[in-house]
Design a protein. Sequence first.
Length: 252
Amino acid sequence: MSQYKINVTKLNLWYKDFQALKDINLSIKSNLITAIIGPSGCGKSTLLRTFNRMNDLIEGVRIKGEVLIDGENILDSKIDLLSLRKKVGMVFQRPNPFALSIFENIAFSLRIQGIKDKKKIETFVEKSLKSVFLWDELKDKLKSSALSLSLEQKQRLCIARTLVTMPEVILMDEPCSSLDPLATLKIEELLQYLKKDYTIVIVTHNMQQASRVSDETGFMLLGELIEFGPTKEIFTNPKDKRTEDYISGRFG
């Protein structure tokens, strides 16, 4: 089994006439946390959304190149997008729980998959809440609205909702940007716990977060992947001056 979960080769992406990604070559290892950093508008989120074809929802998008997940090119027109998005889950910038109970936020995803057995659903809900350390906090409040939770609890609930479909890859687009430092720390601790079972790719503007939480880091600028490697090397001994300038705060 390859140590690489995702392999990207000569990936180019255009929004109509604007080229957002330029000849991206990248290999992401299994069961690690990979951070993508860079200034606003550099293509970080666009690259992230390529891994579960979310860019397909944007009018005028054109893509060339290859993105292999477990050796299968997910850009192939024959790919089943529902299966892909089950395998590659996504957590967004702001917590987006449904206006339903805590229980139904997770059960909803199971019912979409055709699971109707009440006991099975209850088991899955409990397991997913335990996996994000919410069960003890919420087990007596499962009928309460998810909208009543704190921001940090909402984000953990959204992660639990992603996990309940049993993905192999979790994409996270600025998952802590709306959280305070203490809540951010809790999410970061959760990611360290989850990486033993999942491959995690996180986009972040927060360089301190990238240096704390990730195993490998890629620096993007103007649609190009400038440098990629072990996080410690990227932050302490970058090979490209543009990376060094960004890390040191000279621009971006």
